[in-house]
Design a protein around this ligand. Structure first.
Ligand SMILES: C[S@@+](CC[C@H](N)C(=O)[O-])C[C@H]1O[C@@H](n2cnc3c(N)ncnc32)[C@H](O)[C@@H]1O
Length: 316
C-alpha cells in the first residue's frame, strides 16, 4: 500500500490531493528537468511528487508569501505552534469577535501566520477574497478550533513541508499564468490546474472563458510536456470548452470521478468527473500494481463526451 499523501498546511478549493497518484502515474519516469505549475494553489502536487527543480506560481500572493516564508525560515513549525496556541486561546475566550479582528488585521497588513490562522478557522476551509482583494470568509463558528491536537496536526504538516522545500531548488512566484507559461522551456513538465470556469470566482480566481481559451492556446504552443486538470462533467452539465479545445488526436484525455469536500455551497460538493488532458504520447503506467481505482482511471479514456442532453441543459 502506498503512503498517504503529504498534506499541505493550507486548504484551498480544488485541492488535488486525491489526484496526486494519477498525476504521478502519468509520469512514467521523472524524465523532466523542471516541474512548472502556473496554478500551484496549496502545492499538494509538487509537495508529493517532490521534483528537484520547480517553478511554482499562483496569482494569489498570500499563498506565495506563505511558501516563500517557509522556504526562507521565516515561518517554521515552532513559530506556528506558538502563534496558533496563543491566538487559539484568544479565539476560545473571545469567540468570533476575535476571528474578525484577525481578519481585519490580515486585510490591513497581511502575514503568513494570520493567513494560516484564518485558513484553518474560517468556514469550510474556503479561500475567498472580495473585489478589493480582502479575505472575506466568515468564521467556522468553532471557538475551540485550535485545540492542542489540531495545532499539532497543522504544525506537523508545516514541519514536513518545510523539510521537503529545504532540500529542493524551488522558486515561488506570484504571477498570472500567461507570465509563467512564457518561461516554460523544453525539458520542463507543466502541470496546469486552473480554477474551473464559473466556480470559485473571487479576486485571485476570476476565471473566464477567455482565460480558459488563452490557457488552451498557450499549452498547445508549449515545447515541453504538459498535463492539464479540468472538469469533464457533473450531473448538471458537460464541459463544452473541453470539447472545443482538446479534441485533436495528439492530446490524450483521462477521466475520473472526484468528490469535493471543500465548498461553500451544496453544488460545489457534488461529485464531478475530472479530466486530465496531456500531450504525452503513449502514456505508460508507472506503478507495477496499480490500485483498482487508478486502473479505472486509465482504462477509461473518454471516447464520447457529448453535449448535455436537452434535460441537463435545461437544468443548468
Ligand atoms: C484549482 S486551484 C489550484 C489547486 C492546486 N492544484 C492544489 O492542488 O491545491 C487554482 C489556482 O489558480 C489560481 N489562479 C486563478 N487565476 C489565476 C491566474 N490568472 N493566473 C495564475 N493563477 C491563477 C488560484 O489562486 C488558485 O490557487
Amino acid at each position: 500500500m502506498s503512503a498517504p499523501p503529504l498534506v499541505p498546511p493550507i486548504k484551498c478549493q480544488g485541492i488535488k490531493t486525491k489526484l496526486v497518484s494519477e498525476i504521478r502515474a502519468l509520469l512514467a519516469q521523472k524524465d523532466y528537468e523542471r516541474w512548472v505549475e502556473p496554478f500551484c494553489g496549496s502545492c499538494v502536487v509538487p509537495l508529493n511528487l517532490q521534483p528537484q527543480r520547480a517553478l511554482l506560481c499562483d496569482s494569489n500572493i498570500h499563498i506565495i508569501r506563505l511558501y516563500r516564508d517557509v522556504q526562507a525560515g521565516r515561518l517554521t513549525a515552532p513559530m506556528a505552534k506558538a502563534s496558533l496556541t496563543v491566538e487559539g486561546e484568544k479565539l476560545r475566550t473571545r469567540g468570533e469577535d476575535y476571528f474578525y479582528e484577525v481578519r481585519e488585521r490580515f486585510n490591513t497588513s497581511p502575514s503568513s501566520l494570520d493567513f494560516l490562522f484564518l485558513n484553518r478557522s474560517c468556514f469550510n476551509g474556503v479561500m475567498r477574497f472580495n473585489r478589493s482583494g480582502k479575505f472575506n470568509v466568515p468564521f467556522c463558528r468553532k471557538p475551540d478550533r485550535f485545540a492542542v491536537q489540531y495545532v499539532s496536526k497543522i504544525t506537523n504538516q508545516l514541519r514536513r513541508i518545510g523539510e521537503v522545500i529545504a532540500n529542493k531548488d524551488w522558486t515561488f512566484e506570484a504571477a498570472d499564468f500567461r507570465v509563467t507559461l512564457a518561461k516554460a522551456v523544453p525539458g520542463d513538465y507543466v502541470y496546469a490546474d486552473p480554477p474551473y470556469t464559473g466556480r470559485h470566482v473571487d479576486y485571485f480566481s476570476s476565471w473566464s472563458e477567455q482565460d480558459e481559451n488563452d490557457l488552451a492556446d498557450l499549452l498547445k504552443q508549449l515545447a515541453c510536456k504538459f498535463v492539464l486538470s479540468t472538469w469533464h462533467s457533473n450531473e448538471f452539465r458537460t464541459n463544452l470548452l473541453l470539447e472545443r479545445n482538446w479534441t485533436e488526436p495528439r492530446f490524450q484525455l483521462f477521466t475520473r470521478q472526484h468528490f469535493y469536500h471543500v465548498g461553500s455551497t451544496e453544488d460545489l460538493r457534488h461529485p464531478t468527473t475530472e479530466a486530465l488532458v496531456t500531450n504525452l504520447s503513449g502514456v505508460r503506467y508507472a506503478t507495477a500494481q496499480p490500485a483498482l481505482e487508478q486502473m479505472a482511471f486509465f482504462e477509461k479514456p473518454v471516447a464520447a463526451y457529448g453535449r448535455p442532453t436537452p434535460k441537463t441543459r435545461h437544468k443548468s
